[in-house]
Design a protein around this ligand. Sequence first.
Ligand SMILES: [Zn+2]
Ligand SMILES: [Zn+2]
Length: 373
Amino acid sequence: MSSKAKAILKKYPLCSRCLERQVRLKAKYPTDTKECFICGNFFEHINDVVKTVATALNEYEFQTFSIGLSAPNEWIEKEDMIRSEFKLRGVRNIKSEASHALTLELSRVLNKRLDRFDPDVVAIVDVVSRDVKVLAKSVYLFGRYTKSKRGLPQKQPRCKVCRGRGCPECGYTGKEKQMSVEQLLSQRLLNIFKGSKVTFSWCGSEDEQSLVLGEGRPFYVEVHNPKKRNLPSLNLPFKLGFGVKLKQLTLLAAKPEKMPSFRSEVFARVLFQSKPDKKKLKEASALLERSEIYQASLSKRKTYVKKIYLFKIRVVGCKGFIRFICDGGLSIKRFLTGAGEPITPNLPSLLGVNIDLDEHKPFDILDVMLEGF
Ligand SMILES: [Zn+2]
Ligand SMILES: [Zn+2]
């Protein structure tokens, strides 16, 4: 043993790993029974820590992992004190050595690979309390659903008490307890992936009274903190209840970069306040066949241009049946009734009559076509 090592040990009891780190050589000396001044014998008990972490990770499916160590500040403070007192320049500090040793041993025990940058799971280990918190990387999926019964909202309504912030009334979910397409899909996905919550990005939206037909409405979903990462084979279409079917569900390799553009094919039922003029009907149909609609958003101080690609209208008395194809994001209700924020042209202004949507069957989504997908 070097004289420096001897001098250190004379003053501070250190375990062999904590001594080796200071003097940069293998320090052969009988293991001291005293508690290491720096690490409090962390390395001696490392197998217990490994066991605790492995148990916490037991219920998670993963290929790669990393460790986050929450170590007491005094570890570093004590080591720095010794280093300055004996004028030492250690290569590695106690925290990084502890986490290196833990990772190495875990990798061996679990037979999984360390990935520092994009691991499937991160185990945050508190050295003092031995608490282990696991954070799993989200899984992303693409799916489509159809809806064959009216009366179910697409999105989960926000809690009326807290307006989405979370309160005792809603069990801190920020949402109403009512059933919805979102709720049905969430339940299923949480059941499969055992995650903590799900976040949807929908390709468009429909009315509570709308049907969604054809190949169904596409959506992206993020499952947060999932315990499972693999999608079992589902017999598709999969019935979710309330007339909702899952038509497609695909696991994505990564978070989608942006939402794709899409077009919707819509069938709407409208009520004219008075029978529209035949000539005006003809002109409006011809104009709308391939037209641009300017849709203002006052809150965003922006006007969006949405195209209509096909427009067919059949009038029976004061009722109108309209089939059209439009860009995703066109507000169907505003376009057909002229209600709400400015939208031009809109159907009532072209026909010169007031228009309401059929209350019970306003419009159905016949299909949603994704572009470049
Ligand atoms: Zn030590
Ligand atoms: Zn609430």
